[in-house]
Structure formats: C-alpha cells, structure tokens
Design a protein around this ligand. Structure first.
Ligand code: EPZ
Length: 420
C-alpha cells in the first residue's frame, strides 16, 4: 500500500503533459474482443490495475492475451471461449468486469459472473443491464452473489433505459452485435467512451448507428472479424490536469487531449476565470486572475461529468465567494468533502448538494483517498495548500491515473510516492 507526500506549491504548474488512453474506453473495448475468434490489437491502453484485472479475466475465460505494458498495447485472441463463468478474484475486485456479460451472451448465449458490488460512491445496481438483456430473451438468476445469464436464442429487442447508464448501454451494445435481428436502445448513454466502443465494434464488422445520441440501433451480424484500434485519450485525466493548473494558478499544455470531449469542463473553467486555448501543439490551460465561484450540476454526457465533480470541489474551496455543487448521478459522491474540511475548506453538505465558501488558505494534512476521483481531488488541494500533505490509500488513485505523480513532477510539483 502506498501514500503520496505532497508539498504545497508557491507558483503554479508549468509545462506539458501527455494524456494517457481512457480507462473507461479501454475496459469495454477489451471485453468486446471476446466477440470474435480473430486477433485484436488494442493500442493506447494505460497499464492500470483495472486494465490488468480485465486482462486476467479475459485469460480466465480462455482468451490468449498479451499485454505489452511498455508499448501500452494489448493483443487479444479469443479463438475459443473456454468457460463462460468467472470465479476470478479479478472479477470480484472490479465492477467493470461485468462488461464481459454482454460479450459472453453475444458469443456464447450464457454467462455466470459475480454480482458487481457497490462501492463508496453508491450501490451501483445492475437492474438496467438485466432489463436490457431480458428484452433480448435472456433469463437471469441471482444466487450466492452470482448472476447466471442464459438465452436459448439471443434476439434483438427494444430497450428503454430509465437512466442513461454507461455500463448498461455498453453491455447491451456488446450482446446485440451478434443477436438475431435489430436492437434499439432508447435513452442510451452518449459519453465519448460509448462512441469509441461503437467505433471499435464497427471495425470488427458490427452494424451500429446512433452512438453519441440517445438512441442507438444495432443490427446483429453472423460473425465478427479482428481489428486494430487506438483508445481515445482520457477526458477525465485531462480534466483533472486542467483543474490542477487552475487551482495552482499555473499554465500547462495538454498534448493529445480531445477538446470536443471536454466542452462541459472547458465551459465551467471559463466561468471560474480559467482560460483554455486550442493551439497546434495541444490544449493550453492557464489562470491569470482570481478564481470565481460557480454553480455546478453533474449530468450524463454532454452535461458536466460526475467524474470531475470532486476535482471541481477542490477548486471551489479556493474561489472567493459561495459555490454550489449538485451531484445528480451517484448518491454518495461527496466523501472527499471530509478530508477537504480537514485541510481548512468550508463545505456544507445537504444530501446531493454541497455549498462551498471559498477560503483564503488551505493547509496540508494527513488525508485518505476513498475513491479514484476523490483521491485526485486531494492531490489538487495538496498542491494549492500551505505545507505538507500525506495522502494514503493511493491504490484508489492509481486505478485510474497512470504515473500521475511522475506527470505532476514534470510540471513542477513536489510529490513523491512512499510505502504506507
Ligand atoms: C461508468 O460507470 C464509469 N465507469 C464511471 O467512472 C462513471 O462515473 C459512470 O459511468 C458515470 O459516467 C466505467 O466506465 C468503468 P452508470 P457505470 O451505469 O457504467 C445508476 C470512474 O471514476 N444505475 O452510468 O457503472 C447508478 O446507480 C468511474 O472512472 C442504475 O440505477 O455508471 C448511477 O446512479 C466511477 N442501474 C447511475 O446509474 C443500472 O443498472 C450512473 O451509473 C446501472 C446504473
């Protein structure tokens, strides 16, 4: 177990940072490789613990997988699916393992997987995934912490998602590529990661239209081929570095960030008095004057991403005036507020809303990461605080940020990793 030791900065972050491939695009795309017996090459895959768990899971199901971490490239060939059941520790450890359900249903018509547990930010149910599968003729049985899925014939269906769930949209897309007939997903998620998965599935030969809108149509095909695909850059890692430049009053250049995936973040940064500029070399982010307080509400894409809420709460603790953040996507995603208060923040939580009064100064303290993005928020506040901060349980952070300490050091931060 590790911890980060962070020294508060005098000046701001300065320099260039390379944004890694998106974890939340790589995971469903790796699961999709189970749909074909041909070889797939997935590039720009960050060597994160979540990705390693998915690789372990694919191997357990019978796929040959070669993960060349230095080149951030994964070769997958699922010539035959050895088994459609996972008991693997990995499947328990990572909720996104449930994304193999759709691929196994598409390829084999059955799956038996551990029920993905809840986590700190919410109960994380799978009822919408099961509703989608049910509309395709899949029976499900839940017992002993496992869910068994089976379909005599996997057929296309009409599905309305009560909430535009990213995972449920992805799981249904995966199953529908090889189902008999047409599947229509209404109120589908429209995140860039959905479009990246659809691009990959089309490269495999799937018939998919409407991704990026609230209605996705998939017409099943008989067989899929192999493909080579580069995962999109991680918009949440990019947004996190943008917030880090903002909170420290810095000036950084994000190489290979996709501005079109960052519109809500760019818009809210502009309201905070943080400038962004698309240059030939990348996206420049810098702050000249004081941070302004804002009103922020997390929404499904293209609304403001819930995965950037914690980072913006850190930012708002330093903005003179009153900011209000409303978290509409997850029911318990303010866990970082407690640790920010220990660093001097003035935050009042009332159910899904947080009222933040900007303070003159935050001070370093011993804090603990509770989830991926909360941990990132603590790093941001530590960079802007006076004195030293010790962040423990950084395994949460390293699940989703590849070499974040190294990247920050290159931008002038004093952050180092120590064993707990
Ligand atoms: C994905 O999780 C991301 N994870 C999350 O990123 C992200 O926060 C989330 O989408 C929202 O954008 C991956 O892609 C691996 P959802 P997912 O299904 O698919 C409710 C990070 O920090 N819901 O869109 O699990 C659910 O309770 C992680 O990288 C149901 O009610 O999110 C939640 O309130 C954290 N029933 C809301 O939908 C269901 O069957 C959004 O969940 C499914 C979801």
């Amino acid at each position: 177990m590790g911890k980060f030791m962070v020294k508060g900065m005098e000046g701001g972050l300065r320099g260039r940072v390379q944004i890694s491939g998106a974890k939340n695009a790589a995971l469903p795309i790796l699961a999709a490789c189970l749909l074909t017996e041909e070889c797939c090459e997935i590039r720009n895959v960050p060597p994160l613990s979540d990705v390693r768990h998915m690789v372990t899971l694919l191997r357990e199901l019978g796929a040959k997988v070669d993960f060349c971490e230095e080149e951030e490239r994964v070769l997958v060939q699922a010539e035959a699916i050895g088994q459609t059941e996972s008991r693997e520790e990995a499947a328990q450890k990572m909720r996104a393992s449930f994304l193999v359900a759709g691929a196994l249903l598409g390829r084999c018509g059955q799956a038996r997987l551990p029920l993905p547990g809840g986590c700190q930010i919410g109960s994380r149910p799978i009822d919408l995934h099961l509703k989608g599968f049910q509309a395709m003729g899949v029976k499900n049985k839940q017992e002993h912490g496992f869910v068994e899925l089976s379909a005599k014939t996997l057929k296309g269906g009409e599905i309305y998602l009560d909430f535009p769930s990213v995972g449920a949209t992805e799981n249904v897309m995966l199953a529908a590529t090889l189902a008999k007939g047409r599947t229509v997903i209404q109120n589908a998620a429209a995140e860039p990661e959905i479009c990246d998965l659809a691009d990959f599935l089309r490269e495999l030969g799937a018939d998919i239209t409407g991704d990026g809108t609230d209605t996705i149509t998939i017409t099943g095909v008989k067989k899929l081929c192999g493909a080579s695909h580069a995962v999109i850059p991680d918009r949440i890692e990019a947004g996190t570095f943008m917030a880090a430049a903002a909170i420290t009053g810095g000036d950084i250049l994000l190489e290979n960030a996709r501005e079109e995936h960052l519109k809500p973040v760019i818009a809210k940064l502009a309201e905070c008095n943080v400038k962004t500029e698309l240059t030939a070399e990348g996206l420049r982010v810098y702050r000249k004057g004081k941070l302004h307080p804002i009103q922020l509400k997390t929404m499904p894409y293209p609304g403001f991403p819930t995965d950037m809420q914690a980072q913006f709460m850190s930012l708002m603790t330093m903005a003179k005036g009153t900011s209000v953040i409303t978290e509409t996507v997850f029911e318990n995603r303010f866990l970082h507020a407690g640790d920010l208060q220990r660093m001097g923040a003035d935050i009042k939580i009332d159910s899904r809303s947080a009222v933040i009064e900007g303070v003159e100064e935050m001070t370093g303290a011993k804090v603990r990461a509770t989830d991926l993005r909360a941990g990132a928020a603590l790093i941001l506040s530590a960079l802007a605080a006076k004195g030293d901060t010790e962040i423990s349980d950084i395994y949460h952070i390293e699940r989703g940020y590849y070499q974040i300490d190294e990247k920050l050091r290159r931008l002038g931060a004093d952050i180092r990793r120590e064993s707990e």
